[in-house]
Each structure stands twice: as structure tokens, then as C-alpha cells.
Design a binder for this molecule. Sequence first.
Ligand code: ZN
Length: 298
Amino acid sequence: MLDRRSVLLAALIALSAAGSAESDERINAVATFSILGDLVRNVGGDRLEVTTLVGPNGDAHVYEPSPADARRLAAAKIVFMNGLGLEGFMPRLIKASGTRAVVVVATRGIMPRQMAHGEHDRAAIDPHAWQSVANAKIYVADIRDALATADPAGKAVYDANAAAYIARLDALESEVRDIVAKIPPERRRIISTHDAFGYFSQAYGLDFIAPQGVSTEAEVSARDVAKIISQVRKEKIPAVFLENVSDSRLVQRISEETGARIGGTLYSDALTDEKGEAPTYIDMVRHNIRTLSAALTS
Ligand code: ZN
């Protein structure tokens, strides 16, 4: 029987499903790290309240979650993570938090880059897929589709936001390619700290050599450092770069011993805060390519 109360309730449910624009009931979304958080914000717009676990300049490889992170997950309706082995802390955190959120792996559809490294040449998967702008477009599509499934009333908004942002990524990609084209091919070789630029290298044709492998967790052996120093000398690699998430001492030492100049700081795994050089994904990619180009063309 349909009494007045249930009619009213049905009307209320219909209203909230319609998702009025001025609704302050924003969907609680969590992204595991700052770069992914920025992509989620660009797609979700005003419909989402996005928080990130690993904050600006934070290192997701070695992150130790706090009880507050467990509470954030518990309160979330949807959680975005990179996958590909980046967030080692997530399986336990998801379990400990008891969250019932939908957990979305935003790299679905990306071809993972395999790499052999380390003493036993164990194959490892490179998690830094976001460093190719073409991949960032796949993240955005995955985020858009996951949001539309979790919040069907917002589908048109997510579609429009994603399309607008993908257009900006297309422009960014052309900008990167134009800049790379102006770097003399024999100078497209770089030393960075940890191997975070494999997808970037694949996409844009710059060679990166990194002492530390794909995770900042790895210890660098004296033998590895000696090998890189002799490689820098032999191949006359012009510049070495610091990273916001890595210890700078290694790169400084390579620079001192080889005379390769320090070309600046690259943002690999985390954005900066609002006042920094790379507060958004687009700012990060633009900063990195300009920094690389300035050091390699001068
Ligand atoms: Zn990394």
C-alpha cells in the first residue's frame, strides 16, 4: 500500500537521484596519490569531494598509511588507485578500513611496461604509466566510466568534463612533442634518480638512465653507481636531474664525479602544493619537459 509517507520518500529519492546542481551532497572520493587526485578532480568537478592519501611531494612507493587514511577510505564512496604495484600499502589498508567503496584501478587498459632490473634480473612492472600523456588520457577515460557507473545521474557532467580535459591533454602532448623535436637527438640522454620516466621515454624518445630502478625502495649498490658513472663519462651524458620524491645525494655524487651538470628537479611521482612548480598534472608535464629541454639544449 502506498501511503503518503512512502510517496514523499519516493519523491525525495527521485530528487536526490536527479542530483540537483546545488546539492552539497558531494560524492566522497579518495585517490591514492596527488597526480591521480588531480585527474579525478578534473573529471569529477563539483560533484566530487576528492581527498588524496599520499600528499604533495609524497612517495607512494614507501608510504605508510595513518589511521586517518583508514577513516578516509571507510568514508569514501569510490576509491581510485594506480595499480601496477605502485601502492603496496593499499591491500592491507582497504582491509583494515572495512571500506565498502568501489575500488577503481585507473590504469585499466594501459599496456604495462615490463622491465628487467636488479641483481637477479627479475621482471618488474613499471607503475609510472602517467608519465605518458597518451596514458593519462586512458586514466581519464577509466575515471569517467567508473564515476558514471557509481553516479549515473552525473554521467553527462563526467562525459563533458572528461572531453574538455582530454582536449587539454591533446594540446599538452603536442607541446611535449614539439619541444622534444628541438632537442638534438644525440643529447636526448638523461640521468634521473629512480626509474620513473620509462613510459615518458617510450612515448617521446628520450633515454633515461636511473640508478635506483622503478621503486624508490630499492637500495643502489656501489657497483651500480660505478657503472653509471663510467657510462656518463663514456657517453658524455650532458645532464643529471633531481626528483622531488627521491634522495638527491646520489645524483649529486654522479654530477660531481662526472662533471655532468644538474639540470634541475623533475616531478615524477607526486605534484607539489599550490605554491610549487607542479601543482597539477598538466603543470608537472610542462615543467618536466621545459626543464629537460633547457638543460639539454644549452
Ligand atoms: Zn616512482
